[in-house]
Ligand binder design. Structure first.
Ligand SMILES: [Zn+2]
Length: 308
């Protein structure tokens, strides 16, 4: 079932790609042990199971302002080579059919916005046409934050990485070579859009269209950006992987093992939770399973994610 929310005059719709298999991301947030997860009762049943395992989703959000349609974080895509997380590669999901059923044909997408250039946020940028990768959204401007784009392009050329992607080696047959994976992401999901002349490299905090802007939230990647949506006095915030899992409301200092800079990620999350706690800001969780949209409410010294 397609779910939508309203921020003033702006409509936001979730497009699901897949639910992450239970156990696949165990250990990604090192502190989130089964006992620690079970100590946060409001995580159950959408965000954790009775064994204390965290639950995750891969999906996108479509922002429809009435005059522009922005697709945020187009997931893993079909038929991609993803040696870093093999289970997410070679997919064949009806994501584009779901997008159409929600009222958005590929040609209607005006902008593609990307919180960061990881494999599960850029996949539907392109589709296979025979044996060639071509842009999925021919009328869209693919707006990438320039610093984020250049950092990842640097990885394709062998730049040093600080991310600890050790969790990936626990996946069946995974190849933890981040340089190789980033090269594949560029070849299959980024470069075809550049070659078609559809890419705009934009500064941090760039306004994409009226009511929709990037908001710098570094930490998960060097220049990770979330999305802020404002209309009619209301505010929405699409997290990207800045808030990776709802448990980070209860424990904002817990970072993901895949974060580029865990201290920075933690600091910015603490600031964020404090700034939105007990306000009307609607938070859209990019990997939140089940009810992915809600508000941050104060819960003693920490916070709770209260789904709407
Ligand atoms: Zn992600």
């Amino acid at each position: 079932m397609t779910q939508s929310w309203q921020i003033g005059d702006i409509k936001i719709t979730q497009i699901n790609e897949f639910a992450v298999e239970v156990g696949e991301l165990d250990g990604l947030i090192a502190e989130a042990t089964p006992d620690a997860v079970k100590a946060v009762p409001w995580l159950y049943p959408d965000y954790a199971n009775e064994n204390g395992q965290t639950l995750w989703s891969v999906h996108s959000f479509v922002i429809d302002t009435g005059s522009s349609v922005v697709l945020v974080d187009p997931a893993c895509g079909n038929h991609k080579d993803l040696p870093l997380i093999p289970a997410w590669g070679g997919l064949d999901t009806p994501y584009l059919k779901r997008l159409e059923e929600a009222g958005y044909a590929p040609k209607q997408i005006d902008y593609v916005a990307i919180t960061h250039l990881h494999l599960d946020h850029v996949g539907w940028n392109t589709v296979l046409d025979g044996d060639r990768w071509v842009p999925t959204f021919p009328n869209a401007r693919y707006t990438f934050v320039q610093d984020e784009f250049e950092y990842h392009r640097g990885l394709t050329e062998g730049a040093t990485v600080t991310e600890d992607l050790g969790h990936a080696v626990t996946y069946n047959g995974a190849d933890p070579d981040i340089h190789k994976q980033t090269r594949l992401v560029f070849e299959q999901s980024i470069q075809p859009c550049v070659d078609a002349g559809l890419v705009d490299l934009v500064p941090q905090n760039h306004t994409i269209c009226d009511g929709v802007r990037y908001t710098s939230t570094p930490g998960h990647t060097k220049s990770h950006s979330s999305l802020t949506i404002e209309s009619g006095g209301q505010t929405g915030f699409i997290t990207g992987d800045f808030v990776h899992h709802p448990i980070q409301a209860a424990q904002p200092t817990w970072s993901s093992r895949g974060d580029w800079n865990r201290e920075l990620s933690s600091e910015r999350r603490v600031e964020f939770m404090e700034s939105v706690a007990d306000t009307d800001v609607l938070v859209f969780g990019t990997h939140f399973a089940g009810h992915s949209v809600g508000r941050i409410v104060r819960d003693g010294d920490a916070y709770e994610f209260a789904a709407v």
